[in-house]
Design a protein around this ligand. Structure first.
Ligand code: NAP
Length: 346
């Protein structure tokens, strides 16, 4: 039996250890990926601290991967052993990414173009899905609104469709906010008004932001100074109570507020004419499978052309063993406009 190294969360809210585990075989429609780089996300430390999503321990976390195809499952077409790819992982021990090998359905895997390193590729999948689903997904069968129901720019008629309409993105330099800003540009929105620390202004303008507002400034008056048009879309990539309340105030009647965390605006301030969408940023969600697979069909070209760019990369020392310290850094809000990345074979 082949084995590989994985970072195991040994028990609920417990310690981590790097251990050898059996390497799985890809089933029909799946690929076995040798992970060269894996990105860290806030959800990883939150799962450790608050014990959600994961029910069985030892557990493997991590949901961002770039690597090479090692083995191909039955019925898969379009991939060859050795292809460079990127994909989102999921919270199961065969599909998570804080390990050397993982399994992924081929339909939500894209080839990594040669202009990107594995490390850059691994900054993209989870946050791109989160940004894309928030803008282009919609009501799912349970009745929940998961996105603003816009037409995606990679679909027919979607590119530039919202030309001349303003959008506000709170937390433009966050990993989610960077992808939302780039997608807003492809969708044609203008102006694209983002909040961030002003040191990130040039970088955010290079991604498509037209105006960068200091994250500590008063948002409603700052936006009014830029445009008097109604703001129909606000993507709050931070979604703390404080950012939600100012985002909600900025939003025009009939507009949609897109949130990455639960709605936290005070009851007294709720205006029933405003819609609130809560994102579920995973390409594994059956309710959003069609949008996820259509994105992954077009992703290689979007990356190759530079329409979508990766985050800045900060490589962690010590391979998989370096991840827990990285998660502490994320939790302590010590990361600005970049993504912590681990190399599982280092
Ligand atoms: N619902 C879902 O499916 C889903 C999926 C992915 C992520 N999320 C959540 O989305 C949030 C963002 O994740 P992420 O990976 O994008 O985070 P991240 O990149 O680690 O966030 C760091 C960035 O947040 C910015 N920031 C922090 N507080 C801010 C504020 N008050 N106003 C403006 N910017 C602020 C900082 O900007 P400056 O350095 O410029 O100050 C920094 O660049 C997390 O809570 C995460 O758990 C949810």
């Amino acid at each position: 039996m082949s084995t590989h190294k994985a970072l195991l969360l040994l028990e609920k809210q417990g310690k981590y250890a790097v251990q050898d585990i059996p390497t799985p075989k890809p089933g029909p429609g799946e690929l076995l990926i040798e992970i060269k780089a894996t990105g860290l996300n806030p959800v990883d430390w939150k799962i450790h601290d608050y014990a959600f999503f994961v029910t069985e321990y030892p557990a493997i976390l991590g949901t961002d991967s770039a690597g090479t195809v090692k083995e191909i499952g039955e019925g898969v077409t379009g991939f060859a052993v050795g292809d460079r790819v990127l994909h989102q992982g999921y919270f199961s021990n065969t599909k998570a990414t804080f390990q050397q090998y993982t399994i992924v359905p081929a339909e939500i895997t894209a080839k990594l173009p040669s202009n990107l390193t594995f490390e850059q590729g691994s900054t993209i999948p989870l946050v791109l899905a989160t940004a894309a689903f928030g803008l282009y997904s919609g009501k799912v069968t349970t009745g929940e609104l998961r996105g603003a129901e816009l037409t995606a720019p990679w679909e027919e008629g979607g590119r530039g469709k919202y030309a001349g309409q303003p959008i506000v993105i709170v937390g433009g330099s966050s990993a989610v906010g960077q992808q939302a800003t780039q997608l807003a540009k492809l969708s044609g929105f203008s102006p694209i008004i983002v909040t961030a620390s002003l040191k990130n202004t040039d970088f955010l303008k290079s991604l498509g932001a037209t105006h960068v507002i200091d994250r500590n400034a008063d948002l409603p008056s700052s936006v009014k100074a830029i445009t008097s048009d109604p703001i129909k879309y606000v993507y709050d990539a931070i979604s703390l109570k404080q950012t939600q309340e100012s985002a909600y105030e900025v939003l025009a009647s009939g507009g949609t507020l897109i949130l990455v965390l639960d709605f936290a605006v005070d009851e007294a301030k709720v205006d029933k004419t405003k819609r609130v969408a809560k994102v579920f940023g995973t390409t594994y969600d059956p309710a959003q499978n069609a949008l996820g697979t259509s994105l992954y069909k077009k992703l290689t070209k979007l990356l190759e052309s530079g329409d979508l760019k990766p985050n800045h990369v900060e490589v962690l020392p010590n391979g998989l063993a370096g991840i827990p310290d990285g998660l502490e850094k994320l939790k302590a809000n010590q990361v600005s406009a970049s993504k912590l990345v681990a190399q599982p074979w280092a």
